[in-house]
Design a protein around this ligand. Structure first.
Ligand code: 3HC
Length: 330
C-alpha cells in the first residue's frame, strides 16, 4: 500500500510487511497523517534525515542573509532600505525557528554550526552567487523567495510537528519577501532603458540557479523516495520545479522581460512549459564548494562564529549562574 504510493524512485523502501512492529506502527501514523512529535518513537533514519534537511534549511536562511545584507547600505531609498532590513531580519528569525525545530531531535546548535563550517552540512546552492546590482535584490525576492515558497508550502503539511509548524510562520513572511522583490522588478522594468536592462540582466543571472534550488533531477535524488514515504517531503524536486516555471514565466512576461531559455515553450498536452536543460555540472560544482561565492559565504559564517564566541560564553555563564541561584532558592 504505502510503498506503491511513493511517487519518486521508490528505491530501497521497505513495504509494511517487511517492517519491525515499531516501524510498522510508526509508518501507519505517517500514512494516517498523524503528526510525529519529538518525544514519539521514530526510526533513527527518520531522525537523521530530518536533522539533515532541517539544519540545511536553517543554514540556508542564515547564509541567505549575506548576499542581501550586502545591499542594505546601498538601497536606493529609505523605504527600500527599511523593507530590505525587515526581510533580512525575518530570515534570521526563520533560521532560529528551524534550528529550534532541529534541536528537538537531539542535536545542538553548536553541533549544527560546526558541521556547516566543517563542510559536513550544506546550505542552498542559490546563495553562492554574487549580488552585482540593486536589481539582484529584486530578482532574489521574486525568484529565490518565490522558489522557496514553492518548496516550503508543502512542508507545512510534513509529518514532523515542529518542522511543519515552523513552516506555517515562515511561509506567511516569505509571501511578503516575494512581493517586495517583484515590486522592485516592476519599478525597474517600467523605468528607464538602463533600469530595464538591469532587471533583464538580473533575470538572466538568477533564472537557472533558481531552478537548481529545487534539487537534482528526480532520477538523481538520493533522499526523495524515503523522504516522501516518511512525508518529510510532499513532492518530488521536478514536480515543484515545474510548478515554479509555470507560475513564474507569466510574471516575467507581465514585466516585459525575457526568460533566458530559448527552449521555453508552452506544451498544451502537459498543460505546462517545456524548458531547456539545466547545467547540472554547475550545480554539482557549487555543492562541492566551487561556486562564485562559496568561500566568501563560509568565511563570513566562520568569522561570525569565532567573533561571537565570547558572547556565547557570557550567555552560558549567565544562564548557569541563574540556574544555580534557582536551585539554591528551592
Ligand atoms: N542546494 C544545496 N544542496 C542541495 C540542493 C540545493 N539547492 N538540492 C539538493 N541538495 C543536496 C541534498 O541536500 C542532498 O545532499 P545531502 O545528502 O548531503 O543532504 C543531495 O543534494 C541530493 O539531493 P536530494 O534531492 O536527494 O535531497 P533532498 O531530498 O533533501 O531535496 C531539497 C533537496 C529540495 C532542497 C530539500 O532538502 C528541501 O526541501 N529542503 C528544505 C527547504 C529548503 O532548504 N529550501 C531552500 C532554502 S531556504 C531559502 O531559500 C530561504 C529563503 O528565505 C530565501
Amino acid at each position: 500500500m504505502y510503498a506503491q504510493e511513493v511517487k519518486s524512485t521508490g528505491k530501497g523502501i521497505k513495504s509494511l510487511d517487511e517492517m519491525e512492529p515499531d516501524e510498522r506502527a510508526f509508518q501507519e501514523k505517517i500514512d494516517a497523517n498523524i503528526k510525529i512529535e519529538p518525544k514519539d518513537w521514530m526510526p533513527e533514519g527518520y531522525r537523521k534525515n530530518l536533522i539533515r534537511q532541517i539544519s540545511q534549511h536553517a543554514h540556508s536562511e542564515i547564509v541567505g542573509q549575506l548576499p542581501e545584507g550586502n545591499w542594505i547600505t546601498r538601497a536606493p531609498s529609505l523605504d527600500r532600505k527599511a523593507i530590505l532590513l525587515a526581510k533580512v531580519q525575518d530570515e534570521a528569525g526563520h533560521g532560529l525557528y528551524l534550528y529550534c525545530a532541529a534541536e528537538t531531535l537531539g542535536v545542538s546548535r553548536d553541533q549544527m554550526t560546526e558541521q556547516l563550517l566543517a563542510g559536513k552540512a550544506k546550505y542552498s546552492s542559490i546563495f553562492n552567487y554574487p549580488t552585482l546590482t540593486w536589481a539582484d535584490i529584486g530578482a532574489i525576492g521574486w525568484l529565490v523567495d518565490g522558489a522557496a515558497i514553492m518548496n516550503q508550502v508543502p512542508i507545512q503539511r510534513c509529518s514532523f510537528g515542529p518542522y511543519s509548524r515552523a513552516m506555517i510562520r515562515v511561509c506567511k513572511e516569505e509571501s511578503f519577501h516575494q512581493r517586495q522583490g517583484y515590486d522592485i522588478m516592476m519599478k525597474l522594468a517600467a523605468g528607464t532603458d538602463e533600469q530595464k536592462e538591469m532587471a533583464q540582466d538580473a533575470l538572466n543571472r538568477w533564472w537557472w540557479p533558481s531552478l537548481m534550488m529545487f534539487g537534482p533531477p528526480d532520477a538523481e535524488s538520493v533522499h526523495s523516495a524515503q523522504s516522501m514515504a516518511w512525508k518529510i517531503k510532499m513532492n518530488t524536486n521536478d514536480e515543484l520545479r515545474q510548478k515554479f516555471v509555470d507560475q513564474t514565466v507569466p510574471q516575467a512576461e507581465y514585466l516585459g522581460l525575457k526568460v533566458p531559455d530559448d527552449d521555453l515553450k508552452w506544451n498544451d498536452e502537459k498543460d505546462g512549459y517545456d524548458f531547456g536543460e539545466i547545467d547540472w555540472a554547475e550545480f554539482y560544482e557549487i555543492l562541492k564548494g566551487n561556486g562564485p561565492c562559496n568561500k566568501e559565504r563560509i568565511g563570513a559564517r566562520q568569522k561570525a562564529w569565532t567573533d561571537g564566541e565570547w558572547f556565547r560564553e557570557g550567555l552560558m555563564a549567565h544562564a548557569k549562574k541563574r540556574e544555580a541561584r534557582k536551585v539554591a532558592a528551592e
